[in-house]
Write a protein that binds this ligand. Structure first.
Ligand code: G3P
Length: 217
């Protein structure tokens, strides 16, 4: 399973990239606003921190303007993945861009039938939002299960990118279902490293090591 980080914070991205686990980055207009930097500049900066896909989202709602925005975004770097909303105009844009070899991430997916449409439009990634479904009383992970089944039924190559992840259980369930990618906030990814028994183990080893009076090197 690939790990993307869902942030526009370049310090966090660099930190995670150094662990070797980072396969890509996703951003959205809210994350760009939170970073407080120029959109095009920060996307260029992020593209240098990872060789993997960097999702940058269009903000237009109509297909012709989405194409104009996508043209600007894809010129930033070869690893830019244009993010479009799951609308008719978004999928027209998806079809046009992927036909030209540009990666596209179709976002704001809340139904398996929407994911089916995105696959038919040639999407590189589909982003179902599990956390927002859970927040609204639906079962987010059931959606991932359904999309996996449908894509496997027809051998669609669109990658399931589980988004709106809130916790480690979402990551675990995504991996068990066989999702292709997860994107999670830096804090959730960093939380995956932690285990109380790991901390306790380190503490015990260091206490015993101190008793030896030795040092390495
Ligand atoms: O970037 C898309 C998605 O991951 C957003 O998550 O936490 O705003 O629901 P969230």
């Amino acid at each position: 399973m690939k790990f993307f980080v869902d942030t526009a914070d370049t310090a966090d991205i660099a930190d995670l990239a150094a662990t070797g686990l980072l396969d890509g980055v996703t951003t959205n207009p809210s994350l760009i606003a939170k970073a407080g930097k120029n959109f095009l500049e920060v996307v260029a900066e992020i593209c240098k921190l990872t060789a993997g896909p960097v999702s940058a989202e269009v903000v237009a709602l109509d297909h012709p303007t989405m194409m104009k925005e996508a043209e600007i975004l894809r010129k930033i770097a070869d690893n830019v993945c244009v993010k479009v909303p799951l609308t008719i105009d978004g999928l027209k844009t998806c079809k046009a861009l992927t036909s030209e070899g540009t990666m596209v991430n179709v976002t704001l997916c809340f139904a398996a039938t929407q994911a089916l449409l995105a696959a038919k439009a040639g999407a590189t990634f589909i982003s179902p939002f599990v956390g927002r479904l859970d927040d609204n009383g639906y079962d987010g992970m059931q959606l991932i299960d359904d999309i996996r089944l449908i894509y496997d039924n027809y051998d669609y190559t669109t990658e399931i990118l589980v988004a709106s992840i809130r916790n480690g259980m979402h990551v675990l369930e995504a991996a068990k279902i066989g999702a292709d990618v997860i994107t999670a906030p830096p804090a959730v990814i960093k939380g995956l490293f932690k285990h109380v028994l790991t901390d306790k183990g380190i503490e015990g080893f260091l206490a015993d090591w101190a008793k030896t009076g030795q040092s390495i090197g």
